[in-house]
Design a protein around this ligand. Structure first.
Ligand SMILES: NC(=O)c1ccc[n+]([C@@H]2O[C@H](COP(=O)([O-])OP(=O)(O)OC[C@H]3O[C@@H](n4cnc5c(N)ncnc54)[C@H](O)[C@@H]3O)[C@@H](O)[C@H]2O)c1
Ligand SMILES: [Fe+2]
Ligand SMILES: [Fe+2]
Length: 734
């Protein structure tokens, strides 16, 4: 089958982004073996296993859910208490939102300073997790942040939930007058980072970001020597940070990509060591060795070069997958010498025999490597909050808040450089981002335009059958019916309703009919949600199919999609549905996902959602609702209607139309997504290709509504032959 990319003009360089093709070397290429130690590779591997056992330090796999062990004893209390603290006996009341890996290392740190801090609330959308952690820690729990923010005994909120929740939680917490320690990143959006810093400044509240490497004892010593001039003026900094093990794919889908998730730590380190300088220019190259990461449009291995105003050069090399263990190193080279922070291993003991020198293992992963740093970070943060807003510690931290936008600017520039495949000067970044945005928009509209390389294939995007422009939801001549249908739909389509309908219809027990029998029934149906047409739906089916056939003559499955796409509307016909008959608000019209907040500015007649019982629901009423960001458009539960029913019905009956075609049927009414580009936070990389096909289909669905009425009887034999070809000739179960 011809892929979309082959048909349309190739995407511009900007849009392709360069992932997977900007490799730093051939896939799978490795360094030459190290002469002595590598000579007996097999022996070394088994020796390593013995070594690991002997040192008994290889921690269990953190990504599989193992937790770090409790930290060493706490520091003594510092500073004075405030009035608010009196209620918690001078201790700072803490709420933690997000109870995954990061939430656990912060809880461990809090448990280590019982005289200074008390865990009051644990919050997670996964309520069963929140409940069981609360039982273990002896504190309150909630599925949303609001109750914790309303508690006057909470002074500090630690944000350790999924990356894209950080910014809203920061804003809510600061607005509720809480001090904030958030996991990185604050946001991927510079505007949001600036907004968060502005709010923290105006409220004079701490906003600390979890760049724990600043608290690592080795890097602190290195920094001290940089500052005391031991190596003179810095000329070059090299950072190496390689992760182990590869994080779970579901984590990576919401991580925001390697630049914002991993490299931001290195850019923070460079900001710190360079005395707060922002680079002038950045150049990144990268590659995806892991095919699952490549499918997400991300990369797993990156090299970045940066140049600073002082002349300083910096280099970072990062990889998601260092099989030998967690690896973090820094070298700072200056006019008078060089500082090196080596990778921290599980011990300092080296074994030398006639076989060679054998070193202990690297630390397994971040919880082991930074266990002490996480504790130090939290201790120092709590100490600062306890010292109060008039303390010197607090004042210095407020002054240093501007580092956050600078670090994110560097991160954005590095990512942009990788996408563009060229060096980026930070002063040009705004213009380049605007170009990139425009180029993406152009590529979007390119997929909408059929006047591609062949003008003879141009569709007449003229008027609907009433001589009006298409999709007029304001004052069409069918306005009353259309408004009534949508208002009821938006009030009544809930998660529960969707589940009931799926339970009923997806057993396919209604009866056995051929496709042509169903089309004949649709002679009796006029779609009440459609402002463009008041012809029977059966005619619309043939009009759509014939328009597609004229432009895509070779793609007969696509013609069939045109014919089939609306047949699910029979659920609104008494002749077919009998007792199960649904009113049109549950069958026709634009669809939207239930179980999360509606995209109000992308859906027609949005006001009516306010009467929907799910609108104020604690989970379904939120942006992500019952889904994980990046879960993929096909994982969403759509408002019940003809699209979903028809998609499932064709699957059930073994239809062999390619998945692109079936997706067109399933998603053709999801205008808020394919037209308005809402709900993109749920997308995965593959959804881009789906989007192109759905949009391609959409033109025919929409613009055929102005066409002449076709000779249905003459067309039937052709379409009967396609039904047989694609496995759905004869009686089907509906
Ligand atoms: N500084 C570090 O070394 C470090 C290490 C790991 C993770 N992190 C950061 O911590 C954050 C979490 O990472 P993780 O590895 O713990 O992920 P995780 O998947 O283990 O945990 C995330 C938790 O957040 C919860 N959650 C998701 N959306 C929520 C919402 N709207 N409200 C409340 N809870 C919600 C999830 O249910 C889950 O329990 C990420 O942003 C990551 O960048 C930092
Ligand atoms: Fe439709
Ligand atoms: Fe249609």
């Amino acid at each position: 089958m011809q892929g979309f990319a082959k048909r349309l003009r190739p995407c511009s360089r900007l849009q392709q982004g360069g992932h997977g093709n900007g490799g730093v070397g051939p896939r799978g290429a490795r360094l030459p073996p190290h002469s002595r130690l590598r000579a007996g590779a097999a022996a070394a591997v088994s020796a390593r296993a013995v070594w690991a056992q002997a040192f008994a330090f290889r921690a269990s796999a953190v990504w599989s859910g193992a937790r770090a062990s409790p930290p060493r004893s706490s520091h003594s209390p510092l500073g004075t208490s405030t009035g608010a603290m009196a209620k918690t006996n001078g201790r700072i009341g803490v709420a933690i939102v997000g109870l995954g890996r990061a939430g656990h290392f912060h809880m461990t740190s809090i448990a280590g300073i019982p005289e200074q801090a008390q865990l009051k609330w644990v919050v997670d959308v996964d309520e069963s997790r929140a409940k069981s952690v609360a039982a273990e820690k002896g504190c309150s729990w909630a599925g949303s942040l609001a109750p914790a923010l309303a508690d006057p005994d909470v002074q500090v909120v630690i944000i350790a939930s999924t990356t894209d929740t950080h910014f809203p939680f920061i804003m809510q917490s600061l607005s509720a007058d809480k001090s904030v320690l958030t996991e990185k990143p604050i946001s991927h959006e510079l505007k949001e980072v600036e907004e968060a810093v502005r709010l923290a400044t105006s409220k004079n509240l701490p906003l600390y970001c979890g760049y724990q490497r600043r608290c690592d004892k080795n890097f602190r010593t290195l920094k001290k020597h940089v500052d005391d001039g031991s190596v003179g003026e810095l000329k070059v900094i090299k950072c190496c940070s390689r992760d182990n093990p590869v994080p779970p794919m579901e984590y990576l889908r919401t991580s925001g990509g390697i630049f914002h998730d991993m490299l931001i730590h290195d850019f923070d380190m460079l900001n710190w060591l360079s005395g707060g300088q922002e680079p002038e220019s950045v150049m990144s190259v990268g590659h995806a060795y892991n095919s699952e990461i490549e499918k997400m449009g991300d990369i797993d291995t990156v090299a970045v070069m940066l140049k600073y105003p002082s002349g300083l050069l910096a280099m970072v090399d990062t990889c998601r997958d260092a099989t030998y263990g967690y690896d973090q190193r820094i070298e700072a080279f200056g006019g008078k010498g060089m500082l090196t922070a080596k990778n921290e291993l599980t011990s300092t003991v080296e074994l030398a025999t006639s076989e060679g020198h054998l070193m202990p293992c690297a630390q397994w992963s971040f919880p082991q490597r930074y266990k002490e740093a996480y504790t130090t970070e939290l201790n120092e943060f709590i100490t600062m909050v306890r010292a109060g807003r008039s303390s010197e510690h607090h004042r210095l931290e407020q002054e240093a808040l501007s580092r956050h936008p600078s670090i994110v600017r560097t991160t954005i520039a590095a990512e942009l450089s990788w996408k563009l495949g060229r060096s980026v000067d930070l002063k040009d970044m705004d213009g380049l981002l605007a170009d990139l945005d425009k180029s993406n928009k152009d590529a979007d509209s390119e997929t909408r335009s059929t006047c591609d390389s062949n003008p003879s294939l141009c569709i007449d995007e003229g008027k609907n059958m009433f001589g009006d422009t298409f999709r007029n939801y304001e004052d069409s001549c069918r306005q009353d019916e259309v408004a009534r249908t949508y208002n009821t739909m938006h009030t009544k389509q809930t998660v529960d309703f969707g589940r009931q309908q799926r339970e009923r219809w997806l057993k396919f027990e209604k009866g056995e009919f051929t496709v042509m029998e169903i089309i004949e029934m649709l002679d009796d149906l006029i779609d009440d949600s459609d402002p463009d047409v008041d012809l029977p739906n059966s005619i619309h089916d043939f009009q759509t199919a014939e328009r597609i056939r004229a432009q895509w003559p070779e793609h007969d499955w696509f013609h069939l999609v045109g014919l089939l796409h609306d047949l699910g509307k029979v659920m609104a016909l008494p002749k077919f549905a009998g007792d199960w008959m649904l009113e049109q608000w549950a069958v026709v019209g634009d669809t939207f996902p239930v179980g999360c907040a509606p995209a109000m500015d992308a859906i027609v007649f949005p006001e009516s959602f306010k009467q929907n019982p799910d609108y104020d629901h604690p989970v379904y009423g939120t942006k992500h609702g019952m889904y994980q960001p990046g879960c993929g458009i096909s994982s969403l539960m759509f408002s019940w209607g003809h699209d979903e029913y028809m998609y499932q019905m064709l699957k059930y009956n073994g239809c062999t139309i390619p998945e692109e075609g079936l997706n067109m049927i399933r998603l053709h009414s999801f205008y808020p997504w394919h037209d308005k580009r809402a709900y993109t936070h749920f997308e995965v990389a593959e959804d881009k290709e789906t989007l192109r096909w759905v949009r391609e289909f959409n033109k025919f669905d929409l613009y055929s509504k102005g066409d002449a009425v076709p000779d249905v009887q003459a067309l039937k034999p052709y379409y009967e032959s396609l039904l047989v070809k694609y496995g759905i000739g004869g009686k089907l179960r509906w």
